[in-house]
Design a binder for this molecule. Structure first.
Ligand code: CS2
Length: 464
């Protein structure tokens, strides 16, 4: 790829005209947002909405991206002045756009002071997060794991940045979690408070008064970019883009309207600002993400590599359908404009997108952090109503096989922050595994404890 020049500010006039449409004076924009976890998802979602809001005339919402440890994205995007392309792919073709909202990337472990300075800058109003489920440093019971949080997590930066703002008499910030956690804003608020109560109690009252933590539902399927994707982008734009993102045409963002101060006009470019995100978030986590994890473990077990292959497998599709329509949807009190049956059908279509090579192994990682809000809370609600969840029990059985190492020969060792605990349990017998995880006082008791009937059905499913 060394033959083509790199995408950067200097090269913008070399781009095909269609890509540079609706331009705005990028260099004149202040940075109103600091984002933690500048991976592919953020770049396909919040950064893309923010860019479009600025293209419509909104101002000063440049993004300072932060990677906590890995220099990979900084190395990709800083030489490109933060610019990258986003290509949406479907059976109808590919469409490439330029995204201009990201201005620079900081690596927190290399330059912590720059991160704190960005948080404490007067032009910063919002901090967004896509640090994945495990980035919140929660113990199994959901409380803050303080020793873990003390090791280069988001919390010390938040605490030090907010402390400086308080000292300087600056207003507070909106801290917006964009991760797939149930009640993500409430969780972030509770965890930040727990950290600050332990490490800087004098700041607690200021945070309570000045900061807000809205909940959000974020949705866009974003596979990891491959070399082949980067090659296709280079052919399309004539420049090399090391930060290229490939995604689906669909995107959704529902945000609780609860900000501490200014916010971008994201609602002018498709985001929905609502009073209660709950029903959207529940449907997304239990139906989309619940189906995704099911496709991942059952699909890998059946020898598939991609989501679109697994959803096409007649042995898997009916289970995913049942999980969404019969097990998850009845536990959700839909908002007035939400039709959960239509949602399930649309999700099956999105999963079947043949132009998106979304790897099942990408979804299979960190299962212990994902299954509580994707499967266990659904199980818990159904159990309370006396209803069985055979599809979720089958999915749990496939997860156990994954943990046991059944997919390791092809896909490598299990990636999960709880692997030391879970792998030996998965290798023990079915009843022991079920009891240790889901019995009285089990590892996942914070989300669900099986009653006698469900325990019997689960052990049966695990033994199959
Ligand atoms: C996926 C999600 O990797 C995973 O666990 O289920 O990243 C999913 O693609 C997004 O939440 C879609 O919005």
């Amino acid at each position: 790829m060394s033959d083509s020049p790199l995408l950067s500010n200097r090269m913008l006039d070399r781009l095909p005209a269609a890509l540079a449409q609706a331009d705005y004076d990028r260099d004149a924009q202040g940075c109103g947002i600091v984002h933690f976890g500048i991976g592919a998802f953020h770049r396909a979602h919040q950064a893309w909405y923010t860019d479009r809001a600025m293209a419509q005339g909104d101002r000063d919402w440049g993004i300072v991206g932060v990677s906590l440890r890995s220099p990979a994205v900084a190395l990709q995007l800083n030489p490109q002045d933060g610019l990258y392309t986003l290509t949406s792919c479907s059976a109808d073709g590919r469409a490439t756009q330029l995204v201009r909202s990201v201005r620079r990337i900081l690596v927190a472990s290399d330059d912590p002071d720059a991160v704190i300075a960005a948080l404490a800058a007067s032009q910063t109003h919002i901090v967004t997060f896509t640090v994945t489920e495990k980035g919140y440093c929660r113990a199994a019971d959901g409380s803050l794991d303080l020793p873990l949080a003390d090791h280069g997590s988001i919390y010390s930066f938040i605490e030090r940045g907010l402390q400086l703002r308080a000292e300087r008499g600056l207003p507070g910030l909106t801290l917006l979690s964009c991760d797939n956690l149930a009640h993500n804003g409430r969780q972030l608020e509770r965890l930040v408070r727990a950290y600050v109560a332990a490490r800087n109690p004098a700041l607690t009252a200021w945070i309570e008064r000045e900061c807000r933590f809205p909940c959000t539902m974020v949705d866009r399927i974003v596979p990891a970019t491959t070399d082949a994707d980067r090659d296709a982008v280079k052919t399309a734009i004539g420049l090399k883009d090391q930060g290229a993102i490939v995604t689906e045409p669909f995107s959704q963002w529902v945000i609780e309207d609860r900000f501490a101060g200014r916010r971008p006009r994201w609602d002018a470019v498709g985001a929905e600002l609502v009073a209660d995100v709950g029903p959207y978030e529940k449907a997304k986590l239990r139906m989309l993400n619940g189906a995704h994890s099911t496709l991942a473990y059952l699909g890998l077990q059946n020898g598939h590599g991609f989501v679109h292959e697994a959803v096409d497998d007649p042995a898997i599709r009916p289970l995913v359908d049942a999980l969404m329509r019969r097990e998850a949807a009845p536990t959700i009190a839909a908002a007035p404009n939400q039709n959960l049956d239509a949602y399930a059908s649309a999700l099956l279509d999105r999963f079947a997108n043949p132009a998106l090579n979304h790897r099942l192994i990408q979804i299979a990682m960190d299962g212990s952090q994902k299954i509580p809000q994707r499967w266990l809370e659904t199980l818990s609600d159904n159990q309370r109503d006396g209803k069985a969840c055979p599809a979720i029990l089958r999915a749990l059985a496939a997860w156990r096989r994954h943990l046991r190492g059944d997919n390791a020969a092809v896909w490598g060792a299990v990636e999960d922050p709880m692997r030391e605990q879970l792998v030996p349990l998965a290798k023990s017998d079915a009843a022991n595994f079920a009891r240790a995880l889901f019995g009285d006082g089990g590892l996942f008791a914070a989300s669900w404890t099986a009653n006698d009937d469900t325990m019997r059905a689960l052990v049966e499913a695990l033994a199959e």
